[in-house]
Design a protein around this ligand. Structure first.
Ligand SMILES: Nc1ncnc2c1ncn2[C@@H]1O[C@H](COP(=O)(O)OP(=O)(O)OP(=O)(O)O)[C@@H](O)[C@H]1O
Ligand SMILES: [Mg+2]
Length: 335
């Protein structure tokens, strides 16, 4: 293993939450958001960090940046305890929260960058050079003079990513950087991250609900559930562990009884002339399509990729909750 750049050893985070239980009555609840979490990330690695809603991903990232202090355990980034030396570490890390912006809402994009220039005391030549490079790579040229509130979501996200990198951080934390982006913006962001990691060896920790972000970017993926690490390894291994399935959606000429598909493929849903067939993610869709097409009057078809929640739910078994039946999902266009 190369030298560990990020190190967590038995890290915990417990929140005390007060809930109203009646008039003038409150009850204290303890939420264990992160539970004896241990892992290391080497310098230059690009790691996917995934898990269901509320699993503790954002809490982990906030502890890694020093925004939150762990309730227990040991945490180091570049040998530094983030919550104790937050300011010192700030020069070495960059963070993007897809759900909210770090940019000044009413100011043109370039003004936010100028403020960062001063805040991080970036040497003038390096600032100019980075600004130029990031503007080009993230295609921000026409947007620098636009107030942030007038940017589209995808434009704003690219603006945020540039802001996080102006000071040449050694590590970049991305908390759902592709959320809500269309296919074109998503691809652009992915291409950029791949290049950043390859050319500048920036260490990247990426949280996402889109499995294709991981597929295209990360050779290693960590899965967290209820604050605990439940998987750490290659994405392929995750598919195996989760017996992950894809879904073939076919439109037949007319309403027919469920298709008799070659096992292990099987029909999981029928709605009029449309039928949904689940099959192992590792199997060839072309083979299944050919077999179905040979016996049934096909009009149209599409293949849905497994989503992370379903894969994880399967991996966690019955205690992790049964996977939801495949559903119509707007905006899940293959990219
Ligand atoms: N400031 C807080 N106060 C109290 N509870 C919190 C706080 N922040 C997070 N939690 C709780 O901690 C748990 C983990 O939340 P976290 O935001 O880390 O999840 P997540 O994995 O990022 O989920 P998502 O995929 O929905 O973004 C949740 O139960 C959440 O309600
Ligand atoms: Mg989150």
């Amino acid at each position: 293993m190369r030298d560990a750049f990020i190190e967590l050893d038995g890290v915990e985070k417990v929140f005390d939450v007060w809930r109203r239980t009646g008039f003038m009555k409150r009850e204290r609840h303890r939420v264990r958001a992160v539970d004896s979490l241990s892992f290391t990330v080497a310098r230059g690695e690009m790691v996917g960090y995934i898990g269901p809603n509320g699993a503790g991903k954002s809490t982990t990232i906030k502890m890694l940046t020093g925004i939150l202090t762990p309730s227990g355990g040991r945490l180091r980034v570049a040998g530094v305890d983030p919550s104790r030396e937050r300011m010192r570490l700030a020069h070495r890390i960059g963070v993007v929260f897809g759900q909210r912006t770090t940019l000044w809402w009413d100011l043109p994009l370039i003004d936010s960058y100028r403020l960062m220039h001063r805040m991080y005391r970036i040497p003038a030549a390096r600032y100019r050079e980075n600004l130029e490079r990031l503007t080009e790579l993230l295609d921000l040229g026409g947007l620098l003079d636009v107030p942030v509130r007038q940017l589209s979501l995808g434009q704003r996200m690219r603006g945020d990513i540039a802001a996080a990198l102006l000071h040449d951080p050694e590590v970049l934390y991305l908390d759902e950087p592709t959320i809500g982006l269309d296919v074109v913006s998503r691809t652009r962001v992915r291409d950029f991250l791949r290049r950043l990691n390859a050319e500048r060896a920036t260490t990247v920790l990426l949280t996402t609900h889109d499995l294709r972000d991981i597929e295209q970017l990360c050779s290693r993926v960590m899965v967290i559930d209820h604050g605990r690490l439940v998987y750490d390894g290659a994405l392929a291994g995750l598919h195996e562990a989760g017996e992950s399935e894809r879904t073939l959606v076919v439109d037949l000429e007319r309403e027919l009884p469920p298709i008799e598909a070659p096992a292990p493929a099987r029909v999981v849903r029928v709605e009029g002339p449309r039928q949904w067939l689940a099959f192992p993610a590792s199997a060839s869709a072309a083979e299944l399509v050919a077999k179905v097409a040979a016996r049934y009057p096909l009009v149209d078809l599409s293949v849905r990729e497994p989503d992370i929640e379903a894969v994880i739910a399967r991996m966690l078994g019955p205690s992790g909750g049964a996977p939801e039946p495949p559903q119509e999902r707007a905006g899940r266009t293959p990219s």
